[in-house]
Structure formats: structure tokens, C-alpha cells
Design a protein around this ligand. Structure first.
Ligand code: IMP
Ligand code: MG
Length: 441
């Protein structure tokens, strides 16, 4: 696709300029460091679009030593003159969004309808979604998913059941009043049956109507807007949230989130068709982490203790300690297949700086069966035993390295090996959270 786009552009084909539209996805279980890579790549992109998930996401970006955690607003907001779009595939908590916008404004970041736009058709997360999320998790007991309790599952559930309210409903007070009252009535009955507290329509309406009016100037038909931008030659970066194995279809179901976090979600979640996408960048850590429950074949106490001891791997949204394990190339190779990953950004290399022997999983064993792909059954995956190869650690700090050549030879070999096992191009290596700790290979 990229080559075709390039040739068309060279040929000056008709009125439509072809630029490199990039989808950026997490190749593991989320928290791969997408926020930082998006921030780096946004230097050249004109438009950044969030296409799935909600404020369950937490993207940490550090600019000039200052840390910002974004949940809904695309990371492009930290750069001047970038158009940031929340697409139709997102579920949007308006209270959370308003507070995120206010927080950024307090830090001197300009947010106006010229640089920030919301889709009319994104679905809205209401308090009953959050309450249901919590109540269902409680009911599941030890079989819980370990959700972020942001109401994401119930909100997408309502969308699929065709009873959700969209941003268009939120910003129209009269519509909101009628639709919300009916939804609260129905959900209160469910909440009561689950032993949770019912909600007051009056209170929820007042709060959400206020947020809706605050957000109204930012609301647009983002599908039309994005197509216009692309026609005029803007480069678009599609900002993935969560990771491949949290995808509702391709992840470790039921221990997943409720949206399509994989590359296909960028099309459905934005209204930009597949043939307008030029490349897919996969972001992965040099090791593996996961928050919440569900199988994680390479989970390992030694590396968990090491990383937590360094103060690393605590969740940006919920503060939970992430589960950690060795790099799993069976998983990342699967991610390359599902997403069509062209280029890789490998993050957190410096997390392995002190490890003597680094393990990499190259296959799974389950009884007599050996897998070189991820089995679909979460139970089978949980029972899989990883087959490892070992790499000698470099045991030198890498966080000051500026070029690939400056990296220790053993670190270079490790990066090349895991990229090759993942079946994609090594494009970026990240050795710390700062913008300047990014090595283009
Ligand atoms: P939910 O998206 O809140 O329903 O949570 C479902 C699963 O996805 C849980 O295991 C969460 O920990 C995980 N999850 C959701 N969002 C993120 C994220 O941004 N990073 C990492 N894990 C996430
Ligand atoms: Mg995160």
C-alpha cells in the first residue's frame, strides 16, 4: 500500500495527494509505551485520531521533564498546530474528558475547536456503565476480568445492543433528558438486582448536560472532516489504545477490553477506509507486561521484582502493579499477522540493562502439542509452558544512547533478534520516557 501511495503521489495523481497515513497499535497487552511513540511521530503528522477504547487508556508522555498522562485526548495535543480527533469508535466519558481538558489547559496547553474535535457518533459512558462494570466484576469473584472500572464494557454493550446514547444526544439537552431518563430507569432495575445503588436521574442529567454543553463547540462530523484533511494532503496518525491481546475479537477473551484495538479498528473507528492506510507501526516493550487478569505465558517473578524494584511498571490509569514477564515472540508474531505490522517501535530497552540472562519465548508447549501461534482458548493459553532461548545481557546503561551504534553490541543483537522473531522491521528503539531518548534505526 505504501509503495502504491508513493507512486501515485510521484505521478501527481489527480487531485488526491497520497500521504503516509499510519496506524499505530500495541503489539502486546497494552502499556507498550504508545503515548511516547505517538508523541514522537506526531512531529510530522498533521492529524492524530483516537479510534477505540475510552478513558481506560493511560498514555504517559514526558516532555522537557514534565509528565502528562492522557486518557482520552490524543497525545498529539502536546504539540502545536496538530488536529486531534476523537473518532466514532471511542466511548467517551464526558466528565472525564472535561476534567482532562481543564487539566491540560491549567498546564498551559491550548485546546480549542481548531485543534481538538469530537465525533458526533462516539458513544457516551454514563455512571450506570461504571456501576455495572463494578457490580459485574464483584459478582464474578475470582473469575473477574480485572477491568479498569471505567464502564467500558457496559458502554460498548449498549452500543451493540443499540440502546446507547451518542455525543449528538449528549449535546442536545432535550434529547438527553428523554433518552437518559429511560436508560436510568432500566439500569436502576438492573443495578438493584445486582445489589448496587440506583442512580438519581436529576443529578446525572444536571452533571452530564453541563458537560455536554461544555463539549458542544468541539463536536463535528469527524468522518467528513478526516476525509477533507486527507484530500488536502494531511498525514494522519491513528492512535491505538490498549493492545492486540486486549482486542475483543483477537485477544485472550474474555480477559480483554470491549473494542477492536487492532489495526482494523482504525478504519471502523474513524471512517477512513483500508485503502487509505499506508503503514502500520507496532509498539512493543523489550519484555512483556499485562494489567488485570488473564493468561500471560511468560509471566515471571524475577523480572517482575526487578522492574517493580526500579519503580517501573505501575499502571498510569489505576496505579496497579503490572504483571511482568519475558519477551514473548509467539505473541508479537501473532500481532504482526493480525495487524499487518510493517515497522516496530521497541520500548523500555533500558528496563533490561541490569539483567544477566535475558529469556525470549519462541514457542509454547501444551502437553504434547507445540504452538508457534497463540491458541484461542484462554484456558489452553494459561496452561502453555514457554519454550525459551537465552540472550546474554549487556549490563550497561542504555538510557543515554542516541544512535543504534552507541548501543552495546549485545543490546543491538537483542533488538535485531526480537524484531526478526516478530517478523517486522526494526524502526525505533526507545531507551527512556523522554523525546530525546528515541533511536531511529
Ligand atoms: P476494561 O477495558 O476497563 O474493561 O478492562 C479490560 C481489561 O483490559 C483489563 O484487564 C484491563 O486491565 C485492561 N486494560 C484496559 N485498558 C488498558 C490500558 O490502557 N492498558 C493496559 N490494560 C488495559
Ligand atoms: Mg497505558
Amino acid at each position: 500500500m505504501f509503495v502504491r501511495g508513493f507512486l501515485l503521489a510521484l505521478a501527481g495523481a489527480a487531485c488526491e495527494k497520497f500521504m503516509a497515513n499510519t496506524i499505530l497499535v500495541g503489539a502486546q497487552w497494552g502499556d507498550e509505551g504508545k503515548g511516547k511513540i505517538i508523541d514522537v511521530l506526531t512531529e510530522t503528522a498533521g492529524v492524530v485520531v483516537r479510534y477505540a477504547g475510552g478513558n481506560n487508556a493511560g498514555h504517559t508522555v514526558i516532555v522537557k521533564g514534565k509528565k502528562t498522562v492522557l486518557h482520552l485526548i490524543p497525545s498529539g495535543i502536546l504539540r502545536k498546530n496538530k488536529l486531534c480527533v476523537i473518532g466514532n469508535g471511542v466511548v467517551l466519558d464526558p466528565i472525564g474528558l472535561v476534567s482532562e481538558m481543564e487539566g491540560l489547559k491549567k498546564n498551559g496547553i491550548k485546546i480549542t475547536p481548531r485543534n481538538f474535535v469530537l465525533s458526533e457518533t462516539a458513544h457516551v459512558v454514563f455512571p450506570y456503565h461504571r456501576e455495572l462494570d463494578g457490580a459485574r466484576e464483584l459478582l464474578k469473584g475470582k473469575n473477574k476480568i480485572g477491568t479498569t472500572k471505567r464502564g467500558i464494557g457496559p458502554a460498548y454493550g449498549d452500543k451493540a445492543a443499540r440502546v446507547g446514547l451518542r455525543v449528538n444526544d449528549l449535546i442536545d439537552s432535550a434529547k438527553l433528558r428523554v433518552k437518559l431518563e429511560a436508560r436510568i430507569k432500566e439500569n436502576n432495575a438492573v443495578l438493584k438486582s445486582l445489589g448496587a445503588k440506583p442512580l438519581s436521574f436529576k443529578q446525572v442529567f444536571a452533571e452530564y448536560n453541563k458537560a455536554g454543553q461544555y463539549l458542544k463547540p468541539f463536536v463535528q462530523n469527524t468522518v467528513v472532516l478526516l476525509h477533507e484533511q486527507i484530500r488536502h494532503g494531511a498525514e494522519v496518525l491513528f492512535e491505538g489504545a490498549q493492545g492486540t491481546f486486549l482486542d475483543i475479537d483477537h485477544g485472550t477473551y474474555p480477559f480483554v477490553t470491549s473494542s477492536n484495538t487492532t489495526a482494523g479498528g482504525a478504519c471502523t473507528g474513524s471512517g477512513v477506509p483500508p485503502h487509505r492506510m499506508d503503514r502500520v507501526v507496532g509498539v512493543m516493550k523489550a519484555y512483556t507486561t499485562r494489567v488485570g487478569e488473564g493468561p500471560l505465558p511468560t509471566e515471571n517473578a524475577e523480572i517482575s521484582d526487578l522492574l517493580h524494584g526500579m519503580g517501573r511498571e505501575f499502571g498510569a490509569t489505576t496505579g496497579r502493579a503490572r504483571r511482568c514477564g519475558w519477551f514473548d515472540s509467539v505473541a508479537t508474531r501473532h500481532a504482526t499477522m493480525v495487524n499487518g505490522i510493517d515497522d516496530l517501535a521497541i520500548t523500555n530497552l533500558d528496563g533490561l540493562d541490569t539483567v544477566e540472562n535475558i529469556k525470549v519465548c519462541v514457542a509454547y508447549r501444551h502437553g504434547k502439542t507445540q504452538y508457534d501461534y497463540m491458541p484461542n482458548d484462554a484456558q489452553v493459553l494459561a496452561e502453555c509452558v514457554p519454550v525459551y532461548v537465552e540472550f546474554e545481557g549487556w549490563r550497561t546503561p542504555t538510557d543515554k544512547c542516541k544512535t543504534f551504534k552507541q548501543l552495546p553490541k549485545k543490546a543491538q543483537a537483542y533488538l535485531k533478534a526480537i524484531a526478526e522473531l516478530t517478523n517486522a522491521n526494526l524502526y525505533i528503539a526507545s531507551v527512556g520516557p523522554g523525546r530525546d531518548q528515541t533511536i531511529f534505526v
